[in-house]
Design a protein around this ligand. Structure first.
Ligand code: CTP
Ligand code: K
Ligand code: MG
Length: 180
C-alpha cells in the first residue's frame, strides 16, 4: 500500500522533477526578462533563461514518453499499476514545473532577494505547485485519476526531501552555485 503510493507519486512526478535539473545543465544565454527591471530590481533575473526553460520543458516531456515505454515492465516488476502519461499531461507537468520556478524568481526579486538567494519553502515547492496546476489544466481527467488525495499527500511530503537531496548533490558535483 505505502510502496504503491510512493511509487505512483514518484513516477507521476518524474516529468516535473527533471526539468529544473535539465535547466541547470542546459541553461544560459538570453534571460527571459531581457535584462528588464521593475521597481529597481530585475523582473526575473539572469537565472531564468529561454534556453534553460525550453530544455527543461523538452526534457520533462520526453521523459514522460520514455516512462510510457518502460512503464509496463516496471509496473510488472514492482507489482504496482504505474500511471501512463498522455502527451498533454507530460507537457503540462514539465512546463508547469518551469513556470512555477519562474514565478518564484519573480516573487524573490520583488522581495529584494538577489539571484541565487534562498527562499526556504518556496524553493522546494514552487515547481510542484506549477506542475500540478498546469497538469490539471492540460489533462483534467488524467489528473483526477492519478493524483488522488493520498498520492497528493505523498507528493507534498516527498518532493521537498528529494529537492534538498538533488540540489545538495548538484552543488557537491559543482553543477550548481548554491546547495538549494
Ligand atoms: N536555469 C535556466 N532557466 C530556467 C531555470 C534555471 O537557465 N528557467 C539555469 C540557470 O543557469 C540558473 C540555474 O539553472 O542559474 C539554477 O536554477 P535556479 O536555482 O532556479 O536559479 P537561480 O540562479 O538560483 O536564480 P533564482 O534566484 O532566480 O532562482
Ligand atoms: K529555483
Ligand atoms: Mg537557485
Amino acid at each position: 500500500m505505502v510502496v504503491s503510493l510512493v511509487a505512483t507519486a514518484f513516477w507521476a512526478m518524474l516529468p516535473a522533477y527533471v526539468p529544473n535539473n535539465a535547466a541547470v545543465l542546459a541553461g544560459g544565454g538570453r534571460p527571459i526578462d531581457g535584462g528588464r527591471t521593475w521597481g529597481g530590481r530585475r523582473v526575473l533575473g539572469d537565472g531564468k533563461t529561454w534556453r534553460g526553460t525550453a530544455a527543461g520543458t523538452l526534457a520533462g516531456t520526453l521523459l514522460a514518453v520514455v516512462l510510457n515505454a518502460v512503464g509496463p515492465a516496471v509496473s510488472g516488476a514492482l507489482g504496482v499499476a504505474l500511471p501512463t502519461f498522455p502527451l498533454a499531461a507530460g507537457f503540462g507537468l514539465a512546463l508547469g514545473a518551469m513556470l512555477g520556478d519562474i514565478g518564484a524568481s519573480f516573487v524573490k526579486r520583488r522581495s529584494g532577494r538577489e539571484r541565487g538567494a534562498a527562499f526556504p519553502g518556496l524553493d522546494q515547492l514552487d515547481f510542484v505547485v506549477g506542475a500540478l496546476a498546469l497538469a490539471f489544466v492540460a489533462a483534467p481527467g488524467w489528473f483526477a485519476a492519478t493524483f488522488t488525495l493520498p498520492v497528493l499527500a505523498v507528493v507534498l511530503v516527498m518532493t521537498p526531501v528529494l529537492h534538498v537531496v538533488t540540489n545538495v548533490g548538484a552543488y557537491l558535483l559543482g553543477l550548481k552555485n548554491e546547495p538549494w
